[in-house]
Design a protein around this ligand. Structure first.
Ligand SMILES: Cc1cc2nc3c(=O)[nH]c(=O)nc-3n(C[C@H](O)[C@H](O)[C@H](O)COP(=O)(O)OP(=O)(O)OC[C@H]3O[C@@H](n4cnc5c(N)ncnc54)[C@H](O)[C@@H]3O)c2cc1C
Length: 398
């Protein structure tokens, strides 16, 4: 495998690097986490990319993709990670968009794809329920046909950022008598402003607000909002999850994270010497880099497969497991590097009028919050234990 860029690829890298440097929202640089960001901040880069035609590079060109090769998409992620841009949220571009252009009606494509590309329409994902997470097929939310509408009742949970969502894609049971639970599920698009949709915050232990309960009470949804065929929603749901999982790997960001960790460990000291010179700490950082290199090659193989027309399949579970383990180890080592400076909780510093001042260097301020928050990555998108089950069944044939 030749990993050197061709002259054309180097020219492409220079072009996207210049575009990013000139256009990315500078006020968001160094923003530690989503907690500090407004919804406008979270969509700012997406909207700029939408105007440029670069918000969904992986989509087919006919629907608004860029037609970039796998290598060009790799370069694109690398260049964004270099300056730490806040990329388009996954719910529209990486999740429901591909489902709509692959399985949706012409009307659905016309209605929804432009808003996803431009970043003007915010989507959320209504899969999980209080009794249906890993065992998603046991979901209980019902959609009952009433003339030209479905009437939807049930409760979803962990709906990320639904407080800002204009639309949601929901899995609902349309045939309670199906032979297998997977066979009676449909994939339905719901306008979040429809009467009967209620979004209630789940406050996190750090005071953050990123997930919700979503209650659906007699929500009337036109049957045109069904994607594909009734009772075939499980197929579309799995297709979407494969896209979600490969996107979670976050290789380019982790590479930037390791660089930052090395910078921190060069400044922090242990026994009077830079921490990075400590044999044990340096070994842990090196191991992380080796694992990240291996993940990168696996991701490039997957991208090359996609280029050759193979959609992300069960191998996206490998990317999900290794990518999230690396992200978590990165936050563990960062917390270890900053030591006691990582301990204070700075929840209210960003509040106007706060008279608290952070202790220690800037890079320590979010270390603990990020460490705890990133525990989520091995749970969402299907927990890593479930990904191991998928690998054993679908790849190893066990
Ligand atoms: C921060 C965050 C954001 C999320 N955002 C969304 C969202 O926007 N939309 C959405 O629909 N969902 C969302 N989720 C939900 C997520 O997909 C589920 O949490 C996940 O699928 C696990 O389900 P559960 O929480 O019900 O845990 P359970 O399914 O109850 O699992 C509990 C534990 O048991 C293990 N386990 C369960 N079954 C097996 C098995 N068969 N073999 C081995 N181990 C098993 C699991 O790995 C886990 O460790 C989010 C979750 C988090 C944490």
């Amino acid at each position: 495998m030749n990993l050197d860029f061709t002259p054309e690829e180097t020219a492409f890298r220079d072009e996207v690097r210049a575009f990013i440097e000139e256009n990315h929202p500078k006020h968001l640089e160094g923003m530690g986490n989503r907690e500090d960001m407004s919804p406008e901040d979270m969509t700012a880069w997406h909207k700029i990319l939408g105007k440029k035609g670069w918000s969904a590079p992986a989509w087919p060109v006919e629907y608004g993709g860029t037609g970039w090769t796998a290598t060009q998409r790799y370069i694109w992620s690398e260049e964004n990670a270099r300056v730490g841009t806040f990329m388009p949220l996954p719910f529209g571009v990486s999740m429901v968009g591909p489902v709509i252009y692959t399985f949706g009606s012409e009307e659905q494509k016309k209605q929804h794809l432009p808003g996803i590309l431009s970043g003007d329409v915010w989507w959320c994902q209504g899969y999980s329920e209080p009794g249906a997470g890993s065992d998603l097929a046991s979901l209980k939310t019902t959609a009952v046909r009433d003339g030209d509408h479905y009437v939807i009742n049930g409760q979803k949970t962990w709906t990320t950022l639904a407080q800002y969502a204009d639309w949601g894609f929901f899995l609902c049971r349309t045939d309670p008598d199906a032979a297998k639970p997977q066979e009676g599920i449909s994939f339905i698009l719901i306008d979040m402003n429809t009467p009967g949709v209620e979004v209630k915050p789940i406050k996190l232990i750090d005071g953050g607000y990123e997930v919700n309960e979503t209650w659906l009470t007699d929500v009337r949804v036109p049957v045109e909002n069904l994607v594909g065929e009734e009772n075939k929603g499980w197929t579309y749901a799995k297709f979407l999850l494969a896209h979600e999982r490969s996107g979670i790997a976050g290789v380019a960001r982790s590479k930037r994270g390791v660089e930052k960790l090395r910078e921190i460990a060069a400044k922090e000291t242990l026994g009077g010497a830079p921490l990075i010179e400590d044999f044990d700490f340096a070994r842990k950082v090196s191991q992380l880099e080796i694992d990240l290199d291996a993940l990168e090659i696996t991701e490039l193989r997957t991208l090359a497969g996609e280029q050759a027309g193979k959609g992300p399949g069960p191998e996206s579970s490998i990317l999900k497991i290794k990518g999230t383990e690396i992200q978590q180890r990165l936050t563990e080592l960062t917390l270890e590097a900053v030591g006691n400076y990582g301990t204070p909780m700075y929840g209210s510093i960003a509040d106007p009028g706060s008279n608290q001042y952070p202790i220690g260097p800037d890079y320590a301020q979010h270390a603990a919050a990020t460490y705890f928050n990133m525990r989520k990555t091995s749970i969402y998108g299907g927990s890593n234990e479930i990904q191991r089950n998928i690998i054993s069944k679908m790849i190893l044939g066990l």
